[in-house]
Design a protein around this ligand. Sequence first.
Ligand code: ARG
Length: 583
Amino acid sequence: MIDSPRALIDVRERLAVALRQAVQQFQSSDPNVALSVTPCQDLRFGDYQSSAAMLIAKSTQQNPRELARLIINKLEVSDSCDKVEIAGPGFINFHLRSDFVSEQLSVISADPNTGARKVGTPTTIVIDFSSPNIAKSMHVGHIRSTFLGNALARITRAVGHHVITVNHLGDWGTQFGKLIYGYQHFLDKKMLAASPIAEFERLYKETNTLSEKDPNILQGVRQELVKLQSGDPENLRIWKEISIQSLQEFQQTYQRLDIRFDHELGESFYNPQLPHVVEELKKLGIARESEGAICIFFENDPALAKTAPMIIQKADGGFLYATTDLAAFRYRADQWKANQILYVTDARQQLHFKQLRTAATQWFCALNKPAPELQHIIFGSILGPDKKPIKTRSGEPIKLKDLLDEAESRAMKLVETKNPELTEAEKKQAARVIGLGALKYADLCQNRDLDYTFDWDKLLALQGNTAPYLIYAYVRIQSIFRKEDAKILGGKFQLGTPEETALGKHLIQFGDTLHAILKEYRPHLLTNYLYDLAVKFSKFYENCPVLKAEEPVRSSRLALCHLTARTLKKGLDLLGIETLEKM
Ligand code: ARG
């Protein structure tokens, strides 16, 4: 019997708890042996499996298959499983009961969150992502941070965490000497109005070239920087102007991508706190002077001891990227009560964040305060056809805006061949959703640690692990429900065929998938899940007539279609990808 019929059950956790109880008397001396239960890759062997018997047998020198048999005898899982088997060297394989799966499908169908269970103890997670630099176009280097950060924010929020997103804009630094000099001497007001960031890039380049040739100009650039740093009102005004104009242009891209931040706090926001941060770290004995600069050495950390120290104040008194990050860390802990801070930046900043984590831990320890957990969410590069980081033909980094434009125009061609009957407005909408969705999906479906090769044809393909394939699967299901008599009359889910069973069992794993993502912050687990879902749906749809079936099977199949569509839509939404009703 199903004991709590109307509750959403965490199947993996329930099986893991039963397993822990069953192994109590056989447990090894090492209580840390992880007794996890994972979904089976190949459903012929079972739905979930555990290697617990093998792990315990190893540490207690028992026969693993024999131990598995003893554990199975003690297992109390009859409420959810009808068969538990030993496989191979001692795996324990669980087969879910069909009535249990049907029951869960009913619960999920009635759940407004489509089975995305909330976490038991919500925490405050700050996600620092995108964070481009002022006066420069956002380029493909920012694309992964922006897409990954946005997806992670949506997923962590959906399961009930308190999430704060922040755009840590690079709006301070020595580049402003050249920018301000250029602004004062070579500004083209028409270009500024038309395309501010392009104009700032031009000003920077021009001043840079001239200052290399002319020492007087170099001197002028230095003076402007010193004036800015010492609070000269006119230079502050120009700096502010450059920041505001850049941000407005970034905003257009964020709007287009439907990305919002709770806070946009540039590096400059922390400037007033920097002298205090350095003073405090010195007083606590965490930082000290070396050759005129103030540095943090990591003598007690074997991995970091060999690296260059973290410089937090230069000999000329200037502060650095690291100083700002220490101040920002403190601010997020104190003001936002962060339990965890995720930094979504590329793998090249690994040393910086390792040092930041170690320095911040020492700092908070000395202050007797709990430090938020720092997680660096790294990612690899996007490669061009030559397997080198992708560039334009002239060797410049590709601008994010150009990439978005091209995605939409290529998707338009796809829409026009696929469905020429759509109205112009519908085509435009479809091209936008498919183009931007394909770009986001291509990025998110990669294991983020790895580099990937950018390929327009692959990411826009209607077959395979792509956004167009998933959006199309969704559209196809929606078209079933446009038929007048496609009504679900109620009743139970009936999993009569292998295809219905496979689809049903996959549908009840949506919540588990989201929870699995929280462990390592890898959104590709969700894209993989959704792709599998679409494939399982398509097998079901090929083999099981829906509208032509007799009741009550007809209603059950329609309900499977409906739940699949909802799960696809919800899953894509958590990745920041829209769906279409027609295509
Ligand atoms: N502005 C930096 C860049 O473009 C990224 C900043 C990441 N966030 C941080 N808190 N350091 O590389």
